[in-house]
Ligand binder design. Structure first.
Ligand code: FAD
Ligand code: SF4
Length: 513
């Protein structure tokens, strides 16, 4: 053996060209590392999902005849970080080459880029996962500049010939958002299918985490419900096609607390499997499109296009934004937000029903769907002016699919506007009215969504106007915000002052809402 090939926890891509042939001079290393459990406080289910999927991947490779070294925390415990572990393995086994796949995270890319072990050559390979080649990121994106997702997405549709007819988008339109995005009526609730859950035994991993004092958050379950191998991931994809695709776009932005399926609705829950590279984005897109082609009488193009846009558009887009803007992106704070994250983000103990629900569900399942992340916890943090570093840490830790390259542009950029508009053209700020329109949390909330200044007024309302008023300089010339500022000016100064005073009281007592 001469070559060590490193496989990171989110590089479980069985179709990678590395694995086409069994090479006796190569040993594959898959290692659980303390550094990876400690760079942020992770949800326990997230750590379990990665460790379990890594173990399964190592088994699958060994089964195909590859030489594999799968190391658990028990074995890697003496090594402070990845380079020291690699050094030890190379020395012990007299290896002279390290090969790795391009990491998706800046932190790891830097660590491996700077790796320099005596007598060992390093080579970086493509991860063969994304549609847009890494080198093309600099052609599609410019540092510190807004790139419109919609146009990027159209270029991707053309380039990869997805949902196209000649040079035109299938159905004559690029985007069907207008027809989608309904709220759920009471009668719709009974139709929502239960989520497909797995029961992977992770009890050994949980005791290992305890043994090594890995600090985690959220509810630990010995039976992990997330998919951890190819078979389960493909099953989840099939389930999505058969039961959820039909109303995916229609209820993409809906929220409810009134259903057994409330925590994932018509969402696919494929993000972990895709981000760990167990499934490739093109495989997911192709499968969904071919399922639709075979079932066009039941499933409309609007549902399929809505889904394809998330993967071919948004997912590839945030990766480009991340790489073109790192490392400065990680410290951006354009709105100078400095308040600490309230304690209830870790406990769900808040009287705001929408927040309670989104956070409790995140602690229970390591999952919230997009609109909960964007318009509940994200919007609240924006309105309250929470420090984006703390907001980032929370999102990066709590979600099953959270890896910095995809978490950060969504959080710091899309929800917090901390990048000053690289991702979003206007802040995703909304009052309680939006949540009341798209969900049913307000009905049973301690607060009254119709009120602004009273004791029991919905906090989102006065905080919204406070946000609008305190950032007037940044936003009042933004054409997408003209109406908002007109509405603010229409209020008499007494009303304006009462709202601002109310918000000031809330901001001084954020922990008690
Ligand atoms: P579905 O609704 O079924 O969508 C299908 C797939 O599209 C997802 O699996 C995902 O791969 C992709 N996708 C959808 N929206 C986005 C998006 N905005 N950016 C990138 N990919 C997208 N996604 C992550 O994968 N990791 C994160 O750490 C993450 N953090 C987020 C933080 C915030 C504040 C917000 C607003 C969004 C974040 N997202 C993140 C995007 C999105 O919310 C999740 O991808 C989605 O909720 C995962 O659930 P799903 O698989 O059921 O998605
Ligand atoms: Fe959330 Fe306000 Fe509705 Fe309560 S009233 S659920 S705080 S939006």
């Amino acid at each position: 053996t001469q070559t060590l090939r490193l496989i990171l926890g989110d590089q479980l891509n069985a179709s990678h060209s590395w694995f086409k042939q069994v090479d006796p001079t190569v040993v594959y290393v898959i290692a659980e590392l303390k550094q990876e459990t400690a760079y942020v406080k992770h949800h326990v289910q997230k750590v379990c999902a990665f460790f379990s999927a890594m173990a399964q991947f190592a088994d699958a490779l060994a089964h195909c005849g590859h030489q594999v070294m799968h190391l658990t925390l028990d074995e890697t415990q003496p090594f402070t970080d990845l380079p020291t572990l690699l050094e030890q393995i190379c020395t012990q086994h007299k290896l002279n080459t390290i090969e790795y796949q391009q990491p998706d995270e800046y932190r790891l890319a830097k660590q491996l880029d700077e790796l320099s072990l005596a007598g060992v050559n390093n080579t970086c390979h493509d991860s063969e996962h994304f549609l847009l080649p890494f080198d093309d990121i600099k052609r599609e994106f410019t540092a510190n500049k807004h790139v419109k997702m919609e146009f990027f997405y159209r270029r991707m549709r053309k380039r990869f010939n997805v949902l196209m007819q000649d040079d035109e988008p299938l159905g004559g339109q690029w985007n069907f958002d207008q027809q989608n995005r309904e709220h759920l009526k009471k009668t719709d609730l009974k139709d929502i299918p239960s989520p497909l859950l797995f029961a992977n035994d992770v009890s050994e991993i949980i005791s290992r985490l305890e043994r090594h004092q890995v600090v985690t958050i959220g509810k630990a379950e010995n039976q992990l419900l997330w998919p951890v191998n190819r078979r389960q991931s493909r099953q989840l994809l099939d389930y999505f096609c058969q039961h959820l695709l039909i109303r995916f776009g229609r209820f993409q932005d809906a929220m409810t607390e009134n259903s057994k399926a409330d925590w994932s609705l018509y969402h696919s829950r494929l993000s972990f499997a895709i981000n760990a590279k167990i499934l490739s984005p093109s495989e997911v897109i192709n499968k969904v499109i071919s399922h639709w082609q075979a079932n066009q009488t039941e499933i409309s193009l609007t549902q399929v296009e809505g889904f394809v846009r998330q993967i071919l558009g948004w997912r590839e887009y945030v990766r480009g934004i991340y790489w073109i803007n790192m490392p400065s992106y990680a410290t951006k704070n354009a709105l100078l937000a400095h308040r600490p994250l309230p304690e209830y983000f870790w406990t769900a103990k808040t009287k705001m029903n929408c927040m309670h629900h989104a956070i409790q569900q995140s602690l229970d399942y390591a999952y919230a769907h997009h609109i909960q992340r964007l318009m509940v916890t994200g919007c609240f943090s924006l309105l309250a002016g929470i420090n984006p570093d703390e907001v980032d840490q929370w999102y990066l830790g709590i979600y099953i699919d959270a890896i910095e390259w995809v978490e950060m542009p969504n959080t710091r950029g899309m929800t917090q506007f901390a990048d000053g508009g690289i991702v979003a053209t206007k802040p995703y700020a909304a009052s309680g009215n939006y949540l009341n329109k798209m969900g049913d949390y307000c009905k049973t909330c301690h607060y009254n969504v119709k009120l602004k200044t009273e004791d029991n007024a919905c906090p989102f309302n006065s905080l919204y106007w406070h946000f609008i008023q305190r950032h007037q300089q940044q936003f009042d010339r933004n054409p997408r915000m003209t109406m908002v500022y007109k509405n603010w000016q229409k209020m008499d100064t007494g009303t304006q002052q009462a709202i601002i005073n109310k918000a000031e009281v809330l901001l001084a007592n954020l922990d008690n809402l």
